[in-house]
Design a protein. Structure first.
Length: 137
């Protein structure tokens, strides 16, 4: 079965939303394969968001991601990447539908609670980055 990488970002952890995010993934039918609460360093944050290196908000994004602990998770199931993206909702919470995590819990694009891999290739890369090669199936 497919695996995807999901991370409750620092604002989600600070607001006590880790449990709510886990409940939604479990209710959808995903299986939890790994979970870790950890404060990441700038090097890891920069590698994680490497695709966005040239964006004007990049350093702000790295500041945000390193501002407190994140909850990194591997979730497993049918079409895990696509199903996780639809549970999470659109990047901009103002456009995310009610019923999605961002639609229900966030208002600001720079604090949108949760990250989910956008493809199977990103999932493999991000799982290795956060959990090491042994974690990827
Ligand atoms: P994520 O990768 O976190 O799941 P995403 O794939 O939906 O989000 P990306 O376009 O990859 O969206 O952007 C990554 C993150 O960068 C967003 O989740 C958001 O926190 C931040 N971001 C995106 N656009 C902006 C912006 N215009 N201003 C501030 N932050 C932004």
């Amino acid at each position: 079965q497919e695996q995807t990488f999901v991370m409750v970002k620092p604002d989600g952890v600070r607001r006590g939303l880790v449990g709510a995010v886990i409940v939604r993934f479990e209710q959808k039918g995903f299986k939890l394969a790994a979970i870790e609460l950890r404060t990441i360093d700038r090097a890891l944050a920069e590698r994680h968001y490497g695709d966005l290196r040239t964006k004007p908000f990049f350093s702000e994004l790295v500041d945000y991601l390193t501002s407190g602990p994140v909850c990194a998770m591997i979730w497993q199931g049918e079409h895990a990447v696509e199903n996780a993206r639809s549970l999470i909702g659109k990047t901009n919470p103002a456009e995310a539908s009610p019923g999605t995590i961002r639609g229900d819990f966030a208002m600001d694009i720079a604090g949108n609670i949760v990250h989910g891999s956008d493809s199977a290739a990103s999932a493999a890369r991000e799982i290795e980055l956060f959990f090491g090669r042994h974690a990827a199936s």
